[in-house]
Design a binder for this molecule. Sequence first.
Ligand code: ASP
Length: 320
Amino acid sequence: MKRRKFLQSSVMLAPLAGLTQALAEPQNTIKPVVISTWNFGVEANAEAWNVLSKGGSALDAVEMGAQVPESDPKQNSVGLGGLPDRDGRVTLDACIMDENANIGSVACLEHILHPISVARKVMEKTPHVMLVGDGALQFALANGFKKEKRSISPESEKAWKEWLKKAEYKPVANIENHDTIGIVAMDKTGNLSGACTTSGMAYKLHGRVGDSPIIGAGLFVDNEIGAATSTGVGEEVIRIVGSHLVVELMRQGNSPFEACKKAVERIVKNQPQKSKEIQVGFLAINKNGEHGAFALQKGFTYALYSNEVPNKLFEAKSFY
Ligand code: ASP
C-alpha cells in the first residue's frame, strides 16, 4: 500500500480502536485503591485513603501517604529518621508520577522533612524532572520548605557510630538498613499515580543514588495500563529498569502478580549468585484495580486498601 493511503486508513481506524477499548473496559474495576510497601504501608494507606475516600486525586493520595513514614523519626529507612551514609549524612531520594506522565524527583537531598513534596514541586514548578544534592536543597528552601537543624536522629547516629567500628557494607535482606515506601493508587475517576521515598541503603557511599528517585526504576505509572514500584537493593532494580519493566509486562497481558514475578526472575537471570543474598520486591496495580507483588526473598510485606479490603497487610510470594 502506498504510504499516503496507509496513513489515511490508519487515521480512519483510530476512533474505532478507541471505541473498542472503551467497550472492553471491565465494569467491575476496583477503585479507589491504594497499595504500598512494607509494614509502614498500613499507616501510609490510611492517610492516602482519607484523600481517596473523599473523592480526592490519586496524586494527592500518594503524596499524603508517602509523607507518613517521612514524618516518623523512628523510621530508619525513610525520611530524616533514616540511617545515614558512611559519612554520617542522611541523604534522601524521592520521586512522584501522575496520570499524565508528569514526573518530579529529588536525590541526595539533605535536611528536608518531606522530600516527596519537594519532588512534587519539581514536577509542578520547573521545566526539569530531577534535582540533586545542593541544588535540590536550594530549590526546596526557595519554595518554602524548612531546613531542619538536626538532620540525623540520635538513634541513627548511634547505629552509625557502631557501624564505623567494622565499617563493612553488607546490606541484609529485610533488615532495617534498607526499606523504601513505594505507594501507588487509583482514584475514583480511574486515574493512577505513584510516589516513592527513601533514605536509601544505610552506610552507602556519600552521593550514592538508588532506584527510588529514578522514574522507571523505583516507580512507573502508565495511566492506560497500571503502576508499579519497588524496594530493595536499588542497583539491581536500576539494572533492569524494574518498575517500567513491570508496567510493560502488564501491557503485554500479564497480571500484576505475573509481571512482578517476571521482573524478579530477570534479576535472578542477571545475577544468579548475588540474587540469593539480597532483597528486591515489586508491587503493582493494573487499570482494573487488581494488584500483585513478588520478591526475591521471603519477608516482603505490603499493604492494600480498597472498599473490599480495608487496609490489610500481606506477605508477597518470593523466588527463594
Ligand atoms: N531501594 C532503596 C535503595 O536502593 C532501598 C530499599 O528500598 O530498601 O536506595
